[in-house]
Design a protein around this ligand. Structure first.
Ligand SMILES: [Zn+2]
Length: 386
């Protein structure tokens, strides 16, 4: 069993990636959809990688002094992806994110529980938006499937899901009668055994849940067993509002994965709506929130953003000062208003997200959220008013 807390580790990873300065050799960021149950998608990922790496190789001399770094990136990305797509390769997550810059000593492979959209970006800094989105939705999950005499506990860290522990207690009898004992005593004995079983399951479940403080807790099983299990949970686990899902008795890893991801997605959508509404209320009330692209830029420049909310797949163009990193929306002016440095057009959404992460804030990528759509796709909760 791992002692680390992967859901927290992924945020550290994100912060580390967002902290790269934009000077020196380029960084190749690659996102892939590697769902094993879908051979067509895996083939599409293979074709995508080949084509994009070929283009990259053709353009590598444009990198001048960094040609060698990029050449190494291309080679090792190809090797890693081909290895994962080889026939019989069964391990790994459904999504893969790779970050490579040989010249800067960066090589990072992140296996993710959900598929990414295929994307390859070469820039001076890592492209973290897709990873941020998944980390925000996912947080990990701990799942307990239980009945009156068996149980399985699954752990979904940021990476491949795994079965952590299993209980099977054939000694706890079913409903058939057995000689020797009076029916009532016999039934009481069975009840006691079942309760003890569920208490032990609850203890094991909480042990795993404690290792994943941000993870969602999910339970599956007959109502009577779940009631006993819930009753045996300590307040700190109950406070995490374990939700019920429906798994079949013989659910295998792919089935569990599918049900869990769907449950998480539904829960995340509901939470997103609440989050968006709260930020808009806050903007009207305390002023500790902003809801336009321009004001998000201003707040990010001041290091004031606690949490940035952006709509999924939002691409907004703006500018960034090459000298001091100042961000702005709209068309670039002649020179930076802060330092008179040169301004360059940029993907403002991605740059804002990176700035917020690098400053220790959070980025939350939202799938749907009506107020956010109407407001232009961006809003932020602030640490202090700007
Ligand atoms: Zn500047």
């Amino acid at each position: 069993m791992r002692a680390a807390k992967p859901s927290r580790a992924i945020f550290q990873t994100l912060r580390g990636l967002a902290g790269y300065q934009d000077e020196g050799p380029p960084v190749v960021s690659l996102y892939l959809d590697l769902r094993k149950e879908d051979p067509a998608r895996r083939e599409a990922a293979r074709v995508f990688v080949r084509a994009r790496l070929r283009e990259l190789r053709a353009a590598r001399e444009l990198q001048g002094p960094y040609e060698e770094s990029l050449e190494t990136d291309i080679r090792r990305i190809r090797r890693s992806v081909e290895g994962r797509l080889a026939p019989g390769q069964a391990s790994g997550g459904r999504g893969l994110a790779l970050f490579s810059s040989a010249g800067r000593g960066l090589w990072l492979e992140v296996e993710a529980p959900r598929a990414f959209d295929n994307q390859l970006v070469v820039r001076q800094v890592p492209h973290v938006l897709q990873l941020a989105r998944q980390a925000g939705v996912f947080h990990g999950a701990v799942v307990c499937q239980v009945d009156s005499r068996s149980a399985r506990i699954w752990e979904f860290a940021f990476g491949s899901p795994e079965e952590t522990s299993a209980f099977d207690r054939p000694e706890i009898p079913g409903r058939h009668a057995q000689g020797g004992w009076s029916q009532m005593r016999y039934q009481r004995h069975i009840d006691w055994q079942r309760e003890r079983h569920l208490r032990e399951v609850a203890e094991a479940f909480v042990r795993v849940a404690d290792q994943h403080p941000g993870a969602r807790l999910l339970l599956s099983g007959p109502a009577a067993a779940l009631a006993l299990l819930r009753a045996a949970l300590p307040p700190r686990a109950a406070a995490r509002s374990p939700r019920e899902i429906t798994l079949t008795q013989t659910a295998d890893l792919p089935e569990v994965t599918q049900v869990v991801l769907q449950a998480i997605e539904e829960q995340a959508d509901a939470e997103d709506l609440v989050k968006v509404r709260r930020v808009f209320e806050e903007a009207l009330g305390s002023g500790l929130a902003v809801t336009t692209g321009a004001s998000c830029c201003q707040a990010a420049n001041a290091g004031a953003i606690e949490e940035l909310l952006v709509l999924e797949r939002l691409v907004t163009y703006g500018w960034r000062c090459r000298a001091c990193g100042l961000l702005g929306s709209g068309r670039p002016a002649a020179a930076c208003p802060a330092c008179s440095g040169r301004l360059a057009r940029c993907d403002l959404t991605a740059r804002l997200a990176e700035k917020v992460l690098a400053d220790g804030g959070q980025v939350h990528v939202i799938a749907r959220g009506a107020p956010l759509e109407q407001a232009g796709g961006m809003a932020a909760r602030l640490r202090f008013p700007v």
